[in-house]
Design a protein around this ligand. Structure first.
Ligand SMILES: *Cc1c(COP(=O)(O)O)cnc(C)c1O
Length: 402
């Protein structure tokens, strides 16, 4: 039985046909906890006058420390400022470069700028899709103040390799673990590796605090210095402080979400399985499989657009977006190709640039049903069949992503 009513090329929304969906199907997670659970945390705190006191933030920090099996958790108002605080406090003070992948979170270089560090971008491993020790090692020099390991959007960072490299050279190692909240490495949950790990509580992440972020570490000195940055200046922080505290209301939302995380993962898994079924045997679109041994969160659905697929990745995104399927290019613009108003080390990264042309993020998260997914997959089959019609008006060169 067909999941969609499109029959001929003119039925494609890009060619003037009706859209596949009336409402957008996003790639953002947007999980929300049960209302009663949310209010159950909020109301007693409100009644007791605790909102604004930091009491709920403290409670969240304790719960997150437990969840990640670490000694310390320090909450921030965003992942961005959590990263900035960590870069500022953990860097070697007499050096000025931070090694980071270029194929990563689009504001990572901005954060280095705020921390007074100059990004030195490294290549990524084409299978792991992030920087491993192999790509970081050649970038380490007498100016290296910090190494950023980044957990990719799918799978895990090279935890062991980067840890060994950082220890060998005596350089602090921080993980951006935003995309690996739930995963385990060698049986231990992500959170306690490197000198510190950074997470986000943004609405599109696994734990939604509306906004927010946090740092986990087993090092009490690191935790104290991070807290100092959030305190008032008369308490002599290690680096210039800033107010980037999380609010109690955000903490309440995150607490409720954290309590329901297992149920969310189970739903994510069903969505992932729906994609597996729907895309099975579709030549040219390769769904990236989760590694079950790391207890994945099944959140991001990512596919490689292969050479045998009749359209480019960018054209495929355009075709899908016209149908309200808000698929996105996966990191369309590597950081080293963006204009930057602050110092960085110029570089050429052919592997990164190639990777930036191949991957597609497909709709996922709580606003996307299994039925939607079946339709999206069926639609991709339809696109494959009628790709000729999509080639024809396309003699103009395709948009450059750089
Ligand atoms: C979202 C994200 C961040 C930043 O978190 P915010 O809370 O949005 O500031 C950092 N790194 C990665 C990999 C992200 O996906």
């Amino acid at each position: 039985m067909s999941e969609i009513s499109k029959q001929q090329p003119q039925d494609l929304a890009l060619l003037g046909g009706p859209r596949l969906f009336d409402h957008p199907k996003p790639v953002s997670n947007l999980p929300k906890p049960d209302w009663q659970r949310f209010v159950g945390h909020l109301k007693p705190a409100f009644d007791a006058g605790l909102l604004g006191s930091g009491a709920l933030v403290q409670k969240l920090e304790a719960r997150l420390a437990e969840f990640h099996s670490v000694q310390h958790c320090v909450a921030f108002n965003s992942g961005f400022w959590a990263l900035a605080a960590v870069m500022r406090t953990l860097r070697l003070s007499d050096r000025n470069e931070v090694v980071m992948p270029s194929l990563t979170y689009r504001r990572m270089a901005d954060i280095a700028g705020w921390a007074g560090l100059q990004p030195r971008f490294c290549e990524v491993d084409p299978v792991r899709m992030t920087n491993t020790a192999e790509q970081v090692a050649p970038c380490v020099n007498a100016q290296t103040a910090l190494i950023m390991g980044v957990h990719p959007i799918h799978g895990l960072a090279d935890v062991n390799g980067l840890t060994a490299l950082a220890q060998r050279d005596g350089i602090p190692l921080v993980f951006d673990s935003v995309e690996s909240v739930y995963e385990t490495h060698e049986g231990r949950r992500i959170g306690g590796f490197g000198d510190a790990e950074v997470f986000s509580l943004g609405a599109s992440k696994l734990i939604n605090g509306f906004e927010g972020g946090y740092v986990t570490t087993d090092n009490p000195r690191h935790a104290e210095r991070l807290r100092a940055i959030l305190r008032s200046p008369d308490q002599t922080p290690a680096a210039p402080g800033f107010n980037a505290r999380l609010s109690d209301v955000h903490a309440v939302m995150a607490l409720a979400g954290l309590e329901e995380i297992d149920a969310q993962i189970a739903r994510n898994r069903l969505r992932y399985e729906a994609y597996r079924r729907g895309l099975a045997g579709l030549a040219g679109i390769r769904l990236l499989a989760f590694d079950e041994s790391s207890r994945p969160g099944y959140k991001n659905i990512i596919a490689e657009v292969m050479a045998e697929w009749p359209l480019s990745r960018d054209r495929t995104v355009e075709v899908l977006n016209a149908e309200m399927v808000l698929a996105r290019a996966y990191y369309p613009q590597p950081l080293h190709t963006r204009p930057m108003g602050y110092p960085y080390v110029p570089c050429q990264l052919p592997v990164t640039e190639d990777m930036a042309r191949r991957y597609l993020l497909l709709p996922c998260g709580e606003l996307v049903s299994e039925r939607d997914i079946a339709q999206i997959c069926e639609f991709l089959r339809f696109v494959r069949q009628h790709a000729d019609a999509l080639q024809r008006p396309l003699h103009a060169p395709e948009k450059e992503t750089a």
